[in-house]
Design a protein around this ligand. Structure first.
Ligand code: ARG
Length: 588
């Protein structure tokens, strides 16, 4: 369906043309002076220079050509040359009626659906999921959902970190603790045990212990480097250990992501790229891209227009071991081979930007990808505590994601029980649902690239720009609709009529913005636009609710119209939070 703003622009373009101007000036935007108008067109200002005419003269001509138009209840020229517009009530009502029936609520599906691999989550095996990985999961999941909604083929890949030094560290620590394990016996040729020689909690204790030791003990660190390298070369015992680590760890990760309402289409890992590395490296050598520099193998990726130094991309270390860059490049080779994507989007901490500049340039320069494959990097900022420093536990340690979720849920539970009369058994479940909205909305309502402060008190509040406030609004609508059903009403009956008051019209106008909001949230990879939008919709709805008697309305048609408008508001809000990655309870 054609969006309301597009329909208006069409009228304006025609009027510009009729008045003898370039129709391209007929663009319509939402008003930035809602006290004066609902929409505006600034084309006359833009055209003033080209036509050497005062903008208001152009605007006058255009408005004259608009004449008695079926769309607008007001067309007004305001100096220096704005065209202020108000839409006719009946038209607005009809538009919303059409939108209610539209499966996509007025979002236009992409003309040519693209295959987009979205690389997000990026946890490291054997390290507990901590808040550092939270943003990637939340933002990536939302962009994946938005992309799907606008019609693209989105393939979410968790891209597990399973091939780096952390594996060598764990193997080394295990070797120190349990040297008798058969995995370390080089002469062993039998079958390795099925059971892992550790539990998840042991694993989580082993990694930080090993990592600590490697920082102070050089011999230990070298052992771990050697173990990493042996693993990457396929050492049998180490591979068997790696398999155990993977199994134990992935089960735990999946459980954590489930709790976050985050899911991946692919559970690929860095090690899956290993088989592609030798051929890729040889190609880069043979074609003269890669050369040796102090023993390491590198590819230059600096470009003339660079304003800062972009160091060469390192492919192999002097001992022949591969690096983060190597697996990322080989993963591109694999992705191209398996999925032939149009775009690969990485949702990763912005501190890794340089790494991705190097990887993208190297992949292009060496011809790993076709020219029109698009690489995108969405680098997100840090989640800070109230002290402005990266979020930590009260004791100053790294906060585990599980604990963070538990803390929020507890706080939510307290607020729900305190404020509402939900029965206890519901309160538990409700606290989980609402708590997740607090975390996700708290994150997504900020522009992804910026740092933000994780403020438990603010995020869990039922008032203000928060997840719980949005859910509260949805629950309010649900409860009115339920009462209407209980009265014997049918929410499908009737149609949306012209607004009865200003607050109803404001709500109606807000609802028309859904399609453009979702489309631009995808274009700009900006879920925060959806948050800002639903906050406005919720505010508009709540004003309407306070000013209007809905269930006690006596005129049947009018009441049906209110109910249909509520139904549409609910659909818009529920679809939006679905795109953000959370849901609403039935009661709060
Ligand atoms: N595992 C990495 C980390 O924790 C993030 C992986 C991001 N994705 C990628 N293709 N490099 O830093």
């Amino acid at each position: 369906m054609k969006k309301l703003m597009e329909q208006m622009a069409q009228e304006l373009c025609a009027a510009f043309e009729k008045a003898g101007y370039d129709p391209a000036y007929g663009k319509v935007t939402a008003s930035n002076r809602p006290d004066l108008c609902e929409f505006q067109c600034n084309g006359a200002m833009a055209g003033a220079k080209a036509y050497k005419k005062a903008p208001f003269m152009i605007a006058d001509d255009v408005v004259a050509c608009l004449g008695e138009n079926s769309m607008f209840s007001m067309t007004e020229v305001v100096k220096p040359g704005f065209i202020n517009l108000k839409v006719k009530e009946e038209l607005l009502a009809d538009y919303l009626e059409e939108m209610s029936a539209d499966e996509k609520l007025s979002v236009t599906a992409a003309e040519t659906p693209k295959t987009i691999i979205i690389d997000y989550g990026g946890p490291n095996v054997a390290k507990p999921l901590h808040v550092g990985h939270l943003r990637s999961a939340i933002i990536g999941e939302s962009i994946k959902r938005i992309g799907r909604y606008v019609g693209h083929k989105m393939i979410g890949d968790v891209h597990l970190g399973d091939w780096g030094l952390q594996m060598g560290l764990i193997i080394t620590e295990l070797r120190h603790r349990k040297p008798e394990l058969v995995y370390f016996d080089e002469s062993f040729t039998g079958e390795y045990p099925k059971e892992a020689p550790f539990t998840i909690s042991e694993l989580e204790e082993i990694y930080p212990c090993a990592s600590g030791k490697s920082k102070s003990d050089e011999a230990y660190r070298n052992e771990a480097l050697e173990a990493t390298h042996l693993l990457q070369q396929g050492n049998r015992g180490y591979m068997a250990l790696w398999n155990h680590i993977m199994q134990v760890s992935v089960t735990d990760l999946k459980r954590n992501y489930d709790n976050l309402n985050v899911s991946f289409d692919l559970w690929k890992k860095e090690s899956d790229a290993q088989p592609y590395i030798p051929d890729m490296v040889n190609m880069m050598k043979d074609q003269g891209f890669a050369y040796e520099d102090q023993g390491a193998l590198v590819v230059d990726v600096k470009e003339e227009q660079d304003t800062k130094e972009i160091p060469p991309c390192m492919l192999l270390k002097s001992d022949g071991a591969s690096l983060y860059t190597t697996t990322d490049l080989a993963t591109i080779v694999e992705r191209v081979k398996l999925f032939d994507p149009d775009e690969i989007l990485y949702v990763v901490d912005k501190r890794q930007e340089l790494h991705f500049i190097q990887v993208f340039r190297c992949a292009r320069k060496t011809g790993l990808v076709k020219d029109d494959l698009k690489f995108s990097f969405l680098g997100f900022g840090t989640m800070n505590g109230k002290d402005g420093k990266p979020f930590k536990t009260r004791e100053g340690g790294v906060m585990r994601l599980e604990n963070l979720i538990a803390d929020i849920t507890e706080e939510m539970y307290r607020k729900i029980v305190e404020n509402r009369s939900v029965k206890d058994k519901d309160a538990d479940e409700t606290a989980k649902i609402v708590g997740l909205s607090a975390i996700k909305y708290g994150d997504l309502s900020n522009q992804a690239t910026k740092d933000y402060v994780f403020d438990v008190d603010r995020f869990t509040s039922f008032e203000g720009n928060t997840g719980p406030y949005i859910l509260y609004t949805i629950v309010r609508i649900k409860s009115i609709l339920n009462r209407y059903l209980e009265e014997g009403g049918n929410p499908e009956e009737g149609r949306i009529l012209s607004a009865v008051n200003g607050s109803e019209k404001s709500l109606m106008l807000q609802l028309t913005g859904f399609g453009a909001t979702v489309e631009s949230a995808f274009e700009e990879k900006a879920p925060h636009k959806i948050c800002a939008y639903i906050y406005e919709v919720s505010n508009a709805f709540n004003s309407f609710y306070h000013e209007t008697k809905i269930l006690s309305e006596e005129n049947k048609e009018q009441k049906e119209s209110f109910i249909k408008l509520l139904g549409l508001t609910k659909k818009v809000l529920e679809t939006s939070i679905e795109l953000l990655g959370f849901s609403a309870p039935d009661r709060m």
